[in-house]
Design a protein around this ligand. Sequence first.
Ligand code: ATP
Length: 328
Amino acid sequence: MGIEVVVEGLTKSFGKQNIWQDVSLTLPAGEVSVMLGPSGTGKTVFLKSVIGLLKPEHGRVLIDGVDMVNSSEREIYETRKVFGLMFQDGALFGSMSLFDNIAFPLREHTRKKETEIRRIVMERMEMVGLVGAEGKLPGEISGGMRKRAGLARALVLDPQIILCDEPDSGLDPVRTAYLSQLLIDLNAQIDATMLIVTHNLDIAATVPDNMGMLFRRRLVTFGPREALLTSEEPVVAQFLGGRREGPIGMSEEKDAATLARELGAGPPPAPRPLVPQLEPSPGLPERRAVARRRERVLAMWHQLPEATRAAIRQSEAAAGGGVGGVAR
Ligand SMILES: Nc1ncnc2c1ncn2[C@@H]1O[C@H](COP(=O)(O)OP(=O)(O)OP(=O)(O)O)[C@@H](O)[C@H]1O
């Protein structure tokens, strides 16, 4: 099963520029979480801080008891092996075939024999639908295939935590829908903890168990997907509605006068209707995260707003389940 990621009071600046401060959240073990936020709010900086590639000035990131901010470089390097990373462009080596790209972490970090490496690489290529493309160079395939190759490479060391930085960037809506399904299928197959950074509203609406949002140097919120999808927090509602009206402006923050004018212009548009979360493809096991999340949500049931509870009941009904006697 995936490992829980505990982030406590994280603050990161570059020189005088503060990126975000006092960010605290827990990525529940084996669940899929999405981090949203307008461009430039520091989502990539957050991912890099979680794996210890960037050093926040304050706070901790705990992975199985190891603090990825303050531990020794050796300990951080060792712990990084539980992560699989998928970068925006796939981050493949241009002169290597897809096979060699995907095999790279195995050759670099393990002493496995070539026959074993071939078995693992082919298994992962099959998971992401790339069988037959082993010999191709990254420059000879489409952007979507490069992303899937990046995902296959992220999977070869059997990660317990997977971080994906804008896996949808540059993909058309159909390929994005396939990718969303692939992420859910992966979670069903390997039960890893997953954090996906994205701007994509369809991924946000259909993939995660939990969502968070960074804005104005703060974590605005983090919680069950239904809490964000029904949120009346102006910045969350604006972002998830893909609207111009709201606190987010072209260069991140809108000035107060414009905001006041908008507020006087009438009630905000209604939120998008809730769509069901994706289920694993037929033939795959159920996601074990679903039952664990149900337990967690029940434990916080009485602190959730009524709109969130109604949305959770709706999600559960669509999935053919039920949140049990407590959740009425
Ligand atoms: N190594 C660095 N040195 C200095 N500033 C940096 C560094 N890395 C990132 N930044 C700054 O941190 C801010 C946040 O960048 P980041 O890439 O994390 O944003 P983002 O939310 O991922 O944006 P996008 O959605 O556009 O990819 C930006 O202003 C960026 O210029």
